[in-house]
Each structure stands twice: as C-alpha cells, then as structure tokens.
Design a protein around this ligand. Structure first.
Ligand code: AMP
Length: 189
C-alpha cells in the first residue's frame, strides 16, 4: 500500500503514520524527520534547511523532492510506504506523480486528517512543553506561521487529490483511537 498523509501541523500525522506502518508493514517517509536528521548531521543540506524550518517556512521543492526520490528507491519502500509531510505544495505533488510513474508505482490513497487550527495551537504548545522544547519550530508564533503556510501552500492538495479520486478525509478532532478506526475504515481495511 502506498499512502500520503495530509493535514496541518499538530493534526496527528506522526501518530497515525506510526499506526499505519505497524498495521500494514510500510516504510515511514517523513520529510520533516529526514530534514531534522540532516540538521543533526550538520550536512550542507541540513545547514541550509535549518533557518527556513525555524521560521516555519517551507524548504525548497527541489531539496525535498531530491531527498524523497532517494528514499523511494530504498529497499524498505518497495513493500509500500506512508508519505508524512510530503508533498506540501502542488509542484511537489506534480514531481511526485512523475517520480512514481517513472518507478512504476501507484498511490492507493491520500488520507487527509482534518483539524481545527485553534485547537492545534493548544496541542502543539503542549507538545513543546512536554518534550522540553526538543523541536525549535514548536512555539506559538512559528506554529501560527506554519498553519498559514499550510492553508496557503498545502491545502490546495486536497482538491488536487480529490480530483484524482484518491482523497479520504477523516475527522482529526476525535481521540487517537477514533482517528485510527476512521482511517482503517476509509482504507477499507
Ligand atoms: P514536519 O515535521 O512535517 O512538520 O516538518 C517540519 C518542517 O520541515 C516544516 O515546517 C518545513 O520547514 C520542513 N518540511 C518538511 N517537509 C517539507 C516539505 N515537503 N516541503 C517543504 N518543507 C518541508
């Protein structure tokens, strides 16, 4: 199974991705995790990405498409994957279509976790407090910026994938278990 998880920051994409990879034995392809690993390793890519991420902006389409393309070729991705945090723009989605076509892969579904922006601010501020500030982009100001960026650049993907007949929307304001059940049923599993 090849899936995309779509939803604003704090909607629970990471939690639901963990569930999906266990349930269906999929590879977890999180561009946020890949970029944070590059920052930790202090690679040139990481150094370039850090400042952009700390402001809550998007890293360039070229950089993220490059890292995803490499990751799609890794052996674990051949059994299926969950893309978490990618694509985030229409050009990224178009590039992904091209990459998948080239690799003879199809997407099975795009799961949109729909969530209310104000409640998300509370959730993420809590996450930042609980993790002792482990993520430098988890503060209220940057979060509001990330939500604006989501609305402007990423939300148009909902229509993009609806037109392709791939979109499955679930209500992300329920409990974690209820969201899991809604995703399972949306996938017909
Ligand atoms: P995430 O962990 O998915 O919330 O991503 C954290 C940050 O990494 C985002 O706020 C962006 O700065 C950057 N990022 C992650 N994925 C992408 C992407 N597909 N396109 C552009 N920037 C991204």
């Amino acid at each position: 199974m090849r899936l995309i998880l779509l939803g604003p920051p704090g909607a629970g994409k990471g939690t639901q991705a963990d569930f999906l990879i266990q349930e269906f034995k999929l590879a977890h392809l999180s561009t946020g995790d890949m970029l944070r690993a590059a920052i930790k390793a202090e690679t040139p890519l990481g150094l370039a990405a850090k400042e952009v991420m700390d402001r809550g902006d998007l890293v360039s389409d070229e950089i993220v498409c490059g890292i995803v393309s490499e990751r799609l070729d890794a052996p674990d991705a051949s059994n299926g994957f969950v893309l978490d945090g990618f694509p985030r723009t229409i050009p990224q989605a178009e590039t992904l279509d091209g990459m998948l076509a080239e690799k003879d892969m199809n997407l099975d579904a795009v799961v949109e976790i729909r969530a209310d922006a104000d409640i998300l601010v509370d959730r993420i501020v809590k996450r930042a407090q609980e993790s002792g500030g482990a993520r430098s982009d988890d503060n209220e100001e940057v979060l509001r910026k990330r939500l604006d960026v989501y609305e402007e650049s990423t939300a148009p993907l909902v229509a993009y994938y609806r037109e392709k007949g791939l979109l499955k929307t679930v209500d992300g304001m329920q409990s974690i278990d209820e969201v899991k059940a809604a995703i399972r049923s949306a996938l017909g599993a």
